[in-house]
Design a protein around this ligand. Structure first.
Ligand code: SAM
Ligand code: SF4
Length: 470
């Protein structure tokens, strides 16, 4: 089945072509500016145009690209940042990916799979901190089949602690066939993420041994196409930066996004760009590690290349870098993150490398990250409205609908923020948050919708009503 399905896959990544595009010489500044202008007009860039931005090494041009990404972020997306937390369910794995602490040959790893009661315990610990959106993460193992994943999703949704509930469960797990994706979709998931890790065939083959399931490049490349065909129209792509040339990987991501857009009429909902982190027993070639400035370029250029796609920056990165990178158009971050199995109830201040896939850079609490975002002028949001109202896929992209963010996203973000401030925030965060909410409300035009929003916020504070959304 696996073999047959990977044979049907279209290999839309031509290494020689992407390689030659990043080696094509220093671009003319006028051409760079034309491409930036196209992006500021909210038009997606081609692979060739993205390559021009990647080849613009001149510091002044790089600054212009950074500035354009900031402008696009401000004018198109506004100042909301969506927050989520990862929940690792099991680290059994039959693959042997060279970079990962869970790989099967790592004898130092302590193997664990959370049972139903333990999943509930972790979810309660997340709910009492204020989380509403989770991503469940799994190794690739026969024990973690589609039914197991679907059952785990249902368990998570059923946990209610006080005013707490998880309103959106996303998944990061191995690729399935159509039937598997259908089974998982039926449990009510949001986004299904599969990262290609590297789009460079030779590198992929070197670090994913043949004979393992993940060793099949095409099976993985075709995963989200199968997901789309099985009805999961909300998918996330990603590359693990540090395995091959970062410019090549950016082109791979853009190529993948365009492929999905062309074939299914809808691009990926999100792009992830994790950077390689130290992991238990991992000793990797450091040739392609991405320095901070280049990483910022990755984010800014992705922002410009795919104006309608959410960008996720995880707690792999340190707090200071996350704070600086936010302005280039990141739309989602995780916070209060622990990735040790059972980490939300058991982990102390230090990380346990044998129980986690890699080391995190930012393990500050959700409340601390919320306060920092608020003081920096962002509206932290736990909104889950769109997918619950069926606003996903071909007919919908929130950023593409004129006025949508002002009419729906900002009011929903403020509603979920006030829920957080009332139910979970520390006194300092609540004070900072209330000031921000007042300032944001003052910016909204008067009218029926604002009156309705004010009424809802009063209900949250006074009557205990929750989960209202536009
Ligand atoms: N086992 C599934 C898979 O491989 O698709 C689930 C994903 S894995 C648990 C989540 C992601 O973590 C991987 O896709 C990879 O990109 C990333 N990852 C693995 N090792 C890493 C490391 N050392 N540093 C940073 N990210 C890493
Ligand atoms: Fe397993 Fe995923 Fe780690 Fe590879 S990246 S060893 S598939 S958990």
């Amino acid at each position: 089945m696996n073999q047959k399905l990977s044979e049907r896959a279209t290999d839309f990544v031509v290494d020689a072509r992407l390689g030659s595009l990043i080696e094509d010489g220093t671009p003319d500044p006028g051409r760079v500016r034309d491409i930036v202008a196209k992006s500021l007009a909210k038009r997606a860039l081609s692979v060739e145009e993205t390559a021009v931005l990647l080849r613009a090494d001149d510091p002044a041009l790089v600054e212009e690209i950074f500035q354009a990404a900031r402008t696009l972020k401000e004018t198109v997306y506004g100042n909301r940042i969506v927050l989520f937390a990862p929940l690792y369910i099991g680290n059994e794995c039959t693959n042997d990916c060279a970079y990962c602490g869970f790989r099967r040959s790592n004898t130092e790893a302590i193997r664990r799979t959370l049972g139903e009661a333990q999943v509930r315990e972790q979810v309660i610990a997340l709910e009492v901190k204020g989380h509403k959106r989770l991503i469940l993460v799994f190794g690739e193992h026969p024990n973690y089949d589609a039914k197991f994943i679907a059952d785990t999703v249902r368990t998570v949704y059923a946990v209610r602690e006080g005013h707490g509930e998880i309103r959106r469960v996303n998944i990061n797990a191995a690729p399935f066939d159509h039937e598997g994706f259908r089974t998982i979709k039926e449990s009510g998931i949001g986004t299904y993420q599969v990262f290609q890790e590297t789009y460079h065939h030779e590198t992929y083959a070197r670090i994913h041994p043949r004979g393992t399931r993940k060793g099949d490049f095409l099976w993985r490349l075709d995963a989200l196409s199968r997901a789309m065909e099985a009805g999961c129209d909300d998918v996330g792509i990603g590359a693990l930066f540090g395995l091959h040339d970062w410019r090549f990987e950016v082109l791979g991501l853009v190529r993948h996004a365009l492929h999905l857009q062309e074939r299914y009429g809808v691009g990926p909902h999100t792009i992830s760009f994790p950077r390689l982190r130290p992991a238990s027993g991992v000793h990797l070639d450091e040739r392609f590690l991405v320095d901070d400035r280049s990483f910022m370029r990755v984010i800014a250029i992705l922002r410009l290349a795919v104006p309608y796609t959410g960008l996720i920056l995880t707690a792999r990165e340190e707090g200071e870098l996350r704070r600086a990178a936010m302005s280039f158009g990141v739309s989602q971050i995780d916070a209060g993150t622990r990735i040790e199995l059972g980490g939300y109830t058991e982990a102390g201040d230090a990380q346990c490398m044998e129980l986690e896939q890699f080391e995190l850079g930012d393990i500050r609490s959700l409340d601390t990250v919320m306060r920092e975002l608020i003081l920096d002028g962002y509206i932290p949001s736990f909104c889950t409205s769109c997918y619950r109202l069926g606003r996903t896929g071909e007919h919908f992209m929130e950023f593409a609908v004129p006025g949508f963010i002002k009419r729906f996203c900002t009011p929903n973000a403020l509603t979920t923020l006030v829920e957080y401030l009332v139910d979970y925030a520390s006194p300092e965060t609540r004070t900072a948050g209330e000031t921000l909410v007042a300032a944001e409300l003052a910016k909204l035009p008067d009218g029926e919708q604002k009156a309705e929003l004010l009424q809802r916020l009063a209900r949250i504070r006074e009557t205990g009503d929750r989960d209202m959304y536009f």
